[in-house]
Design a binder for this molecule. Structure first.
Ligand code: PGA
Length: 250
């Protein structure tokens, strides 16, 4: 049985004092859950978040990283730097990074490889635009993004990758994919992984759904056969709401 993994993506929100308060409030609310809880926070919150999440079941992730270890890349942060302060997870290839910061399948693959070199677990985002969906290209797009992101990884590395299927038209819009649609898309991703890496790896890889997940729809989504939890944006900024999503099954 795969476990459910619920990750918050704060995006460019939350100052350090807000992050500290959030984690202190969240800690007792989620301490009994069997689900894995991750908060992906801005770089400037990482250190405070890590300190306050010590000795809790809350794991901390970053939202991006550079693929080189160090060098003349003004303004960038490497996987090596994240690992050095104790970060465990990193979101890679979020659609906002693909859209506004020119990330593509090639840079996503470089970042995923660099994450593993630095013992970070990547949360790799894939998803189709509304136009692609309307043209019937969803499965082709998301399976191709998945294949390219994972290119060159070992089976063990693929099993330690979290994939977040996030239809772009559902992010921050209040529109959620139906649970059947989301499950079908995730099944297609799992099938692609099965074709390349075999049945065992495909059965082990965690594939989340993301896009307007909230406490009122989390349960029905996460109970589908292939949806292994969620990547949660807006609803991860409110501690009550996020704790309800984490505790959807308790
Ligand atoms: P949303 O964002 O939950 O606000 O739609 C999800 C995401 O972008 O990861």
């Amino acid at each position: 049985m795969r476990k459910k993994v619920i990750a918050g993506n704060w995006k460019m929100n939350m100052l350090p004092d807000e992050a500290i308060n959030f984690i202190q409030e969240l800690t007792p609310m989620v301490e009994k859950t069997q689900n894995e809880v991750i908060l992906c926070v801005p770089y400037t919150d990482l250190f405070y978040a890590l300190l306050n999440a010590q000795n809790t079941n809350i794991k901390i992730g970053a939202q991006n990283m550079h693929f080189e270890q160090s060098g003349a890349y003004t303004g960038e942060v490497s996987g090596k730097m994240l690992k050095a302060i104790g970060v465990e997870y990193v979101i890679i290839g979020h659609s906002e990074r693909r859209q506004y910061f020119a990330e593509n399948d090639e840079t996503v693959n470089k970042k995923v490889k660099s994450a593993f070199e630095n013992n970070l677990k990547p949360i790799v985002c894939v998803g189709e635009t509304l136009e692609q969906r309307e043209n019937g290209e969803t499965k082709e797009i998301i399976t191709s993004q998945t294949e390219k992101a994972l290119n060159g990884l070992s089976n063990e590395q693929v099993e330690n990758t979290i994939i977040a299927y996030e239809p772009i038209w559902a992010i921050g819009t209040g529109k959620t994919a139906t649970k059947e649609d989301a499950n079908d898309s995730i099944k297609a991703i799992r099938e692609k992984i099965r074709q390349i890496y075999g049945q065992n790896t495909a059965e082990r890889v965690i594939i989340q759904y993301g896009g307007s997940v909230k406490s009122s729809n989390a349960g029905e989504l996460f109970e589908m056969s292939d949806i292994d939890g969620g990547l949660v944006g807006g609803a991860s900024l409110k501690v009550e709401e996020f704790s309800k999503i984490v505790n959807y099954n308790s």
